[in-house]
Design a protein around this ligand. Structure first.
Ligand code: XIL
Length: 552
C-alpha cells in the first residue's frame, strides 16, 4: 500500500530554505550519538515500511519492493513510472516535529539507464498547525549518482525555527522543472533505493564549535604565518558549525576538490562555474584569500580532454590547445581574485624523474615533459601578478624526491619559466618525517630564490598503511601536538627569513578528513586541529596556548 500524503500543492510554495543545517554525516562508527531509530530497512521482508510515492492518487509513480536489483540482500525499493521531476519515494518522519529536532539519514540509490550521471535531490516537506500556511518544501541537498553504481547519501537535517511545525516528510526527487518546461528522460528516470536508515539524534549531542577560544589565524599572523584550510562547498554556510569554524580560524581557503579540472571542465569549451565561483565569492565576502588547487594533475582530470569525439587518444597539438584554453580561461576569469595557483600537481615520479604515463600521467604521455613549462607560461600570460606554484608530496620525507624537485625548479628558472614557489603538500604522520627534514627541505628550495607554500598539511596518527584502526589516545594526541608545535616553530623561522608565508591544512576537522578513507578505506584518522565534534585538539592548543596541554 502506498502511504497517502496531502495533495501536492503548488511548487510556488518552495521556500524557507534558510536556517537548515546540512552536513555530510561522519561515519557513525566514529561517533557515539544518542539516537532513536526512526527507520531502518533493506526491504528484505517485502514491505515498503511506510515509503510511498509523492504523486496524486491515480496518476502516481510506482514505489514498490522489487527483487530486480539490490545493494545488499535480494530486494530493494523500486521507483518507476515517474512522470514529474518531483515524483519519488517519500516517508513521513513524524506527526509532531519540533523546531530543533535533528535527524541523520543515509540511503543508497541506484539507476541503470540514461545519462552517465544524474542529479538527485533530497528534500523535506513540512506542514504547520495553521493550515493556511500551506506546506513548505526545502531542497536540502543535491548530489550526483553515476549510472550503474550504488551511491550513498548521508547527511544531517535539523528542523528550522518555525514554532507551529506539525508533520514532516523526507523524500528524494529530481531537480525541479516546472510543468511548462519540456522534460527529458533523465528528469523522470526510474531508480532503486536500498539500505535506508533514519535516526533521530539528540540535538545536545550534535557537534558545537567553540567561539570562546582565540582565533588561530590571529595567533599565527603574529608569527608571520597566514593559515588556511581546504574546504568544500558544504562549508560555505555561516549558519553551520563548520562554516563558523572556517570563518573564525582560517584566513585562506582552498577547495579540496571543487577547483579540480574534472569539477570545472565539463566538456570541450564548456565550464561549470557555479561551485568554483561560489568558493571564490565566499572568500571575498568573508575577507579570505583563496588558493586554486589545481590546474594540471594526473588525477581528477576529465576523460574527454584526452580523447577525440570517436574515443581515440587525442593528438599532442589538440591537447596542447585544450590545456592552454583551460588554463587561460580559469586564470583569466579569477585574475585579481585568486592569490595563488597550484599550476601543476604531483608531476614527480615515485621512482625516478618525472611521472610518466606508466604512473598515470596522460599529460606526460601525450604532451611530453614540456607541458610543465607551458602550463606556467600560459598561467602567467593570463595573470601577471598571481603566485604560481609547483606542488608535490613526500618532498621532506624522500631525499630523492626533494633533490628531483630542486633540479626541476632550477631548470625551470634557468629556462625563464615563471615559477614562484614550491608547494610542499606535507601529508605526514606523527612519527615521520623529522622536523629537521622539513626545515632542510624548505631551506633547499628557498636557496633557488623561490618561496615555499605548505599546501596540504595533515598529520596521520598511523605509521603505516598496514596499521589497524586505533583510538586517538591522549598520548597520541600529545605526540601530535608536539610535532605540530615544532613544525610551526620551523615555519615561523622560515617566515622570518622571507622563505614562507602561508600554511594550509587539508580539511577543517577530523570528521571530514580525506585520511578517513585514504590510504585505508574506512580507517578513521585524526590528523587536524579540530576533532570530529569540532572541539580544539591539543594540536590546536599547542599553537594557541600551550599551557592548556599538560605535559606538552
Ligand atoms: C584529495 C581529496 O581530499 C579527496 O576528497 C579526493 O577524493 C582525492 O583527493 N594530494 C592532493 C589533493 O593534491 O588533491 C588530494 O585531495 C590529497 C592528496
Amino acid at each position: 500500500m502506498l502511504s497517502k500524503i496531502a495533495p501536492f500543492p503548488s511548487r510556488l510554495g518552495l521556500s524557507l530554505v534558510a536556517l537548515v543545517f546540512v552536513a555530510l554525516a561522519p561515519p557513525l562508527a566514529a561517533q557515539s550519538f544518542n539516537h532513536e531509530i526512526i527507520f531502518e530497512s533493506g526491504f528484505e521482508d517485502g514491505s515498503t515500511g511506510g515509503w510511498g510515492g509523492r504523486g496524486h492518487p491515480g496518476a502516481e509513480e510506482s514505489v514498490a519492493v522489487s527483487g530486480d536489483i539490490a545493494r545488499s540482500g535480494k530486494r530493494s525499493l523500486s521507483i518507476s513510472k515517474r512522470t514529474k521531476t518531483w515524483h519519488g519515494p517519500i516517508f513521513k518522519i513524524s506527526d509532531r516535529a519540533k523546531s530543533g529536532d535533528a535527524y541523520r539519514i543515509s540511503a543508497w540509490l541506484y539507476y541503470n539507464e540514461g545519462p552517465l550521471n544524474t542529479a538527485v535531490q533530497f528534500s523535506v516537506e513540512r506542514s504547520f498547525t495553521d493550515d493556511k500556511k500551506g506546506h513548505s518544501y526545502q531542497n536540502v541537498k543535491a548530489a550526483r549518482m553515476e549510472r550503474g553504481t550504488w551511491t550513498e547519501f548521508s547527511f544531517d537535517y535539523i528542523v528550522g525555527p518555525d514554532k507551529d511545525q506539525k508533520e514532516i516528510w523526507f523524500y528524494f526527487e529530481s531537480p525541479w522543472k516546472s510543468d511548462s518546461t519540456p522534460l527529458v528522460p533523465a528528469d523522470t528516470l526510474s531508480f532503486w533505493m536500498d539500505d535506508v536508515r533514519i535516526l533521530k539524534l539528540d540535538p545536545e549531542s550534535l557537534p558545537k564549535m567553540r567561539h570562546d577560544t582565540p582565533n588561530l589565524s590571529d595567533v599565527l599572523a603574529k608569527r608571520g604565518i597566514d593559515i588556511g584550510a581546504a574546504i568544500g562547498p558544504e562549508d560555505l554556510d555561516s549558519s553551520t558549525q563548520q562554516g563558523q569554524l572556517l570563518i573564525k580560524h582560517f584566513s585562506t581557503m582552498v577547495a579540496g576538490n571543487a577547483h579540480k579540472m574534472d569539477a570545472v571542465a565539463v566538456r570541450e569549451s564548456v565550464y561549470n562555474w557555479k561551485t568554483a565561483d561560489s568558493i571564490v565569492d565566499f572568500a571575498r565576502m568573508t575577507g579570505k584569500r583563496v588558493r586554486w588547487h589545481t590546474l594540471v594533475w594526473h588525477n581528477q582530470s576529465p576523460d574527454w580532454i584526452f580523447k577525440n569525439a570517436n574515443g581515440t587518444k587525442v593528438s599532442k597539438s589538440v591537447l596542447n590547445m585544450r590545456l592552454k584554453e583551460y588554463i587561460q580561461t580559469v586564470v583569466g576569469r579569477y585574475r585579481g581574485k585568486v592569490s595563488s595557483y597550484d599550476v601543476v600537481n604531483e608531476v614527480l615520479s615515485d621512482r625516478a624523474g618525472l611521472r610518466t604515463g606508466a604512473e598515470g600521467s596522460q599529460w606526460y604521455d601525450i604532451l611530453g615533459p614540456e607541458f610543465i613549462d607551458n602550463a606556467f607560461r600560459w598561467a602567467r600570460q593570463a595573470d601577471p601578478d598571481v603566485q604560481l606554484v609547483i606542488n608535490d608530496y613526500n618532498l621532506a620525507s624522500s631525499q630523492r624526491k626533494r633533490q628531483e624537485m630542486y633540479k626541476l625548479v632550477k631548470g625551470m628558472k634557468e629556462r625563464g619559466v615563471p615559477v614562484d614557489a614550491v608547494g610542499m603538500q606535507m601529508h605526514i604522520s606523527v612519527g615521520h618525517p623529522s622536523v629537521k627534514d622539513v626545515e632542510d627541505t624548505i631551506a633547499l628550495f628557498a636557496s633557488l630564490g623561490v618561496k615555499v607554500v605548505i599546501t596540504e598539511l595533515d598529520m596521520s596518527i598511523y605509521a603505516s598503511d598496514g596499521e589497524k584502526q586505533k583510538v586517538a589516545s591522549d598520548a597520541i594526541l600529545l605526540a601530535q601536538a608536539r610535532k605540530y608545535r615544532d613544525l610551526f616553530t620551523v615555519f615561523e623561522r622560515a617566515a622570518a627569513k622571507g622563505w614562507l608565508d602561508t600554511v594550509l591544512v587539508w580539511g577543517l576537522s577530523d570528521d571530514r578528513s580525506w585520511l578517513n578513507d585514504f590510504p585505508v578505506k574506512g580507517r578513521a584518522n585524526a590528523p587536524l586541529f579540530f576533532d570530529t565534534r569540532l572541539q580544539p585538539k591539543p594540536a590546536f592548543w599547542a599553537l594557541v596556548d600551550p599551557k592548556q596541554v599538560p605535559g606538552l
